[in-house]
Design a protein around this ligand. Sequence first.
Ligand SMILES: Nc1ncnc2c1ncn2[C@@H]1O[C@H](COP(=O)(O)OP(=O)(O)OP(=O)(O)O)[C@@H](O)[C@H]1O
Length: 849
Amino acid sequence: MFPSRLEQNQLKANISASYNKLYGQFSLTELRDVGNYRILKIVGEGSFGKVYLASHRLTHQKVVLKMGSKNDPNVVREVFYHRQFDYVYITKLYEVIVTENSVWMALEYCPGKELYEYLLVKKRIPLDECSRLFSQIVGAVFYAHSMKCVHRDLKLENILLDKKGQAKLTDFGFTRECATKGILETVCGTTVYMAPELIERKPYEGYKIDTWSLGIILYTMIHGSMPFDEEDDIKTKYKIVNDEPSYDDNFIDVNGKDLIMQLLQKDPNQRPSLTHVLQHPFMHPYGCSILEKTEKTIKRQSQGCKHFHSKLERKLLKKLKQSGFDTQAIKQSVNKKKCDALAGTWQLLLEKEKRSESLRHPKRSRSVLSVKKVFEPSLSSRKGSEDLKSPEPGGKAASLKRIMSRKSDTVSIRQPINAAQLNLSPHQSQAEQAESGGNARPNKKHNFFNKMTNFFKTKKQNGVHYQNGSPSPSSKNTDKRKRNTNSFESNKNSPHRSPTRNGNETTHGIDTEDKPNGKLKIEEPMLKKFKSNTSSEGSRQTSMGNYDSELDHRPANSEHEVLEDNKLLEQRGRPMSILSQQSEMSNDTYNSEYSTDGNISNSKANSSISSTNRNISSVMLSPSGDLTDSHPTQSRVTTRRSMSIMSSASSASERSSRTDSFYDISTASSPKTMDLRAMGNYSNADTMVPRMTVGSQWLSKRGRSPVGRRGRPPKRNISRKLMNHSSSAAQSVIQEESSFDNEDDNSGVLLEETEGHGVPDTPLLHDLEMPSSVSGTPSKPSTPVCAEVQPTDRRPILFAMGRSFSGGSRWSRNISEERLSTSDFPSLQNVGVHSDIGSADDEDNSLED
Ligand SMILES: Nc1ncnc2c1ncn2[C@@H]1O[C@H](COP(=O)(O)OP(=O)(O)OP(=O)(O)O)[C@@H](O)[C@H]1O
């Protein structure tokens, strides 16, 4: 029986519709999935590439996917070091996916964004909150240092806030180990955060430059502006080397000042150890608690205590086994920190299980770090910080906004309210917490809205008018009068900090009477100043140069991206990076050591560096002590905010370290190769082509590209073009590398300045292994190797880059082979996974774990 004509037509239409659908899917340029992750939206963009919010398909856990170029050694460096860290105040690296050209890092999602942005919103962070956040940051750096690693790019932008408002250190692109070489030479970091010895280009102790940057961070958190940040970078550098920061007693107390002064000692040897920092009275009560727990964590990890020992882990492992998983493979991946799909899935499952567990059995943590604990009125009032009660950025304001938006049909707020404008009691905050947690009870809501109404009534009576989230001048007068009764001076010697002083209220104005010189300090310009100060290059921003226009330059791949970009525009009106004049070195990425791999670069950037160096020296050598700038800075257009830099003055050892790091991660070192390295043999013919490509990319990336680290891809392309065509340095790299074309097969050659090499002795760095597929052979964990360098001894050393590039795709291939597909997994119910992901706001990450 043949189908009727109508049926035939219907069938035809169906077939063509599904064909077209499939075709449409194939021709989609939009990125939807990476490995086991479904991309949800763009959350940021770094110099490496875009950063996406994604969902792990198997566990529905949210992660951040950060993309980088496979050929960028900073990406390799970041992965290499980051995967070693397993610490509560460092973002977790769950998984690394390597595709043909890119590396994708699946990182812990921190919805609170950067501390920098938080500070922009808050203007200043109250002392108690500073103490809490700063203890967490110092804890993270202490942990990294105990692993014999220095971060070298500590700044507000590299500290993220998780959903609980906890600080998380991130971005390990400049990290290096110090186990083999205590004294480093590479100038890297961000100018305004740089220690004097870095500015002066002296050899430096890595740990101590981190300590200095911590001082800058603390100062900025408290004051809302940076201690050394001038319009002119030369002046900034001069100040870093010669001046003491000025402290504003309206915002800082004796302890805070004492701590910052210690951290910002010009003499690195005078800077305190991080143990001392954590024990400092300013850090009380958080510091000691963090120190204690971090030490425990370090001890446990250094003793090689592996995972799978806790009850929860064993339970989860059992479930997985019962469901047919290869638990041995999981154990191996996790213990060796392979960061493959198995390890990633395990970590995410475990986190989810922890969350469910803590929901099932909520326990009250005794830790002072517990969010619950810090919400307690007693502690809060002792420290006087309202913000402790709002762990999320935006604090009360954010919560309030949410609550109010829920009730938008009955209550309306004209403008977002800044936390600073609210002065609720601890109890109010607790109620608000309950509200924002979604467990609000009607009576509480009622209560809360009554309080809100009262609050607005009171403010109205006091003449406060909200404009763009800030009180209008008339309100400031009122506030000023109010603060007169609570002036800091009167509380200065009090052992307890004044709630008003610590609260956000104080951030809105300072009494004329409080100032010794009687000068009125106007708050709004302060905020503006801070904006540009924090974005150290942003101080040169023009009205044209802004984040918006930068985003506009980027090709929007899809409507989705456009939407995201628009959201970003709404959220962040930051100044953007615009190409600076070539002589501008400081806050741009200037001549990374990658660009000098085997070469002393003669690029424009290099000359810019030397010109700036001349500038610095001329400034500093001025006999009168005045700032004499014999080489005035060329007109800068504008830049966005502080940029991380790495100078051409990088020591060969640093370069060696980087390349060794890459070597370690990509190929397993063999004693034989090591010997060859030491003997200075050159080798490898077939890897020269990729090396050449890589060389040029490195040059354009963090090299002399006038675009900063946060430069956008189109600009990078431009600079790459410039490099390729105009930079003799790039050619020089290629020439020198090409000269070794006919060497041994297994290694790349880098013309290095070296005198030998050392092997790190840190036990914590040892037990690592990337997927064996990286090297193509089962690999014993290799230790980071770093050449001890004498600048005078310039000779080529062998370094086994070859396989890394030629074999990179093999790694990628094998990883993807190993990667679990959805079908590989049984139903998640079988392994006891709940679908209420992310809803809990528990203590899953607590140090007690
Ligand atoms: N784990 C994360 N959670 C939430 N957002 C993140 C996370 N990591 C990065 N982001 C967002 O992505 C942006 C860029 O990320 P990141 O700064 O790490 O990139 P980058 O390439 O290292 O940048 P740069 O080197 O210029 O500092 C950040 O500003 C932040 O807003």
